[in-house]
Design a protein around this ligand. Structure first.
Ligand SMILES: O=P(O)(O)OC[C@H](O)CO
Length: 454
């Protein structure tokens, strides 16, 4: 591990009368830091898709660009897991901004140096690098969440933090399109300039990384504060013990993550959740234009609504899992996935000529799918001691991206080309059902109760 990333050491405790005020101030500060930091990551997650129409005008085909784009998901899935093992033993104040700056530098190279967008293979390598650096965002955020927020408030706080990615993803398109227009003006061309879709989001992301660096802190103990469990008198088990020493990679991986059946269960659920998340989102423009007669404008509105509907849906899901199901995430995940199943069915069976119903279905799917997406991350944080939290979430991310998202692009594309949209929808519906079943298997599990803290 690089010396720079070394976890911040504990310092002497502050006087008791200062603890409360300092905790309140720093909890808000670190939360804002990871919120805007993770939103910043999403400015650079898929900005390439906004460059694609311009790159098509430069002579690249849809298939070539789709292949290059898949590099982001492949690298991201692997990195979210591997970099999480590094992150669990790193100071998030350095780790999170470092990944964001590296991702921004990759994007700046693609915007400023023509060589890096000159062939599909070079773009694939650049996007792979970008995906890799993108994997440095979730794990340090998870480390901050579990060290500054105790188990009985985590559902709510994780749900609020999780909407950062909808906000970042939602803001990316106008910033990238604004960049294209701005750089077209600077370069004196009448058409949009794809360079700007790389450059402007990257510049904004660098500013975000600096702000995140200023705000984020490592553990409460490194600021002279007690562990969060002691401060809030909220322990994960009756033994009132938590692990506060940094764990070795071997301990994290083999003692707490890979031999935990519940982590495996949610990793498998994540395959199906991500297949639906990206299977619906990435194919919506194509499906709506081919089968429902939507033009690009209407399709992009539907795409936008899908992302933003995720915000209230995620908050509601976190609230329901805390208040109605008393900290059990499985039932909330089950109910939301059944809701997604119904909305996907209507989206499929609604005949062409009723665009409002298609829009409502996409809003409903967006509203409902991001809750389960968030719950899996939350369960991962809950199922292991806090020093292993990023790695557990990283494993679920690996399964979600490599087996869910990548197949949502590749397998869906092949199935739809060979057998038509009905076959594609049967895959989506089956995934909803399988995700619901795995959530149901975790029905009675309260993460904090099964965590092994010794
Ligand atoms: O798909 P990811 O890894 O960016 O995660 C998105 C959400 O934050 C999941 O909780």
């Amino acid at each position: 591990m690089l010396k720079l990333f070394k976890p911040a050491a504990a310092i002497d405790r502050l006087p008791a009368e200062k603890v409360d005020a300092e905790y309140k101030k720093l909890r808000l500060q670190v939360f804002i830091g990871i919120f805007i930091g993770y939103a910043g990551y999403y400015l650079l997650r898929k900005n390439f898709s906004l460059a694609m129409p311009y790159l098509q005008q430069e002579g690249f085909t849809k298939e070539q660009l789709g292949w290059a784009l898949s590099a982001v998901s492949i690298a991201y899935g692997i990195s979210k897991f591997l970099m999480a093992m590094v992150s669990d033993r790193s100071n998030p104040k350095y780790f999170l901004p470092a990944g964001l700056i590296l991702s921004a530098i990759t994007s700046l190279f693609m915007g400023f140096v023509p060589y890096f967008t000159s062939t599909i293979n070079i773009m694939f390598v650049m996007l792979f690098l970008n995906g890799w650096f993108q994997g440095m965002g979730w794990p340090p955020s998870g480390r901050v969440l579990v060290h500054w927020f105790s188990v009985n408030e985590r559902g709510n706080k994780t749900a609020i933090w999780n909407v950062a990615h909808n906000i970042g993803g939602g803001l990316m398109a106008p910033i990238a399109v604004g960049g294209a227009t701005l750089f077209a003006t600077l370069y004196g061309t009448s058409k949009g300039s794809f360079e700007g879709t790389f450059i402007l989001p990257a510049l904004v992301a660098i500013v975000v990384a600096i702000i995140a660096f200023i705000l984020i802190r490592d553990t409460p103990q490194s600021k002279g504060l007690p562990p969060i469990e002691e401060y809030r008198n909220d322990y994960p088990s009756n033994k009132r013990e938590t692990i506060e020493r940094e764990l070795s990679v071997k301990e994290i991986l083999f003692k707490y993550v890979l031999n935990n059946k519940w982590v495996w269960a949610i990793a498998i659920a994540n395959i199906f959740v991500y297949f639906v998340r990206y299977g619906v989102l990435d194919w919506a423009p194509t499906y709506l234009s081919e089968e429902k007669g939507f033009n690009m404008n209407k399709s992009s509105i539907a795409y936008f609504l899908y992302e933003w509907a995720g915000i209230p849906g995620t908050l509601l899901c976190g609230y329901i899992s805390d208040k109605v199901f008393k900290g059990r995430r499985g039932p909330a995940g089950f109910v939301f996935m059944i809701g997604v199943l119904i909305a996907v069915l209507v989206y499929w069976l609604n005949p062409a000529g009723h665009p409002i119903i298609d829009m409502i279905c996409l809003i409903a799917i967006g509203f409902l799918i991001y809750g389960p997406v968030m719950l899996i991350g939350l369960q991962a944080l809950d199922f292991v001691p806090k020093k292993a939290a990023g790695t557990a979430a990283g494993l679920t991310g690996f399964f979600g991206y490599i087996f869910g998202s990548v197949t949502a692009n590749g397998v869906m594309g092949t199935v739809v080309s060979k057998s038509g949209w009905n076959a594609g929808f049967i895959l989506l519906i089956s995934s909803c059902l399988l995700a619901a079943i795995v959530f149901a298997i975790t029905w009675n599990v309260r993460g904090q109760e099964i965590v092994k803290n010794n």
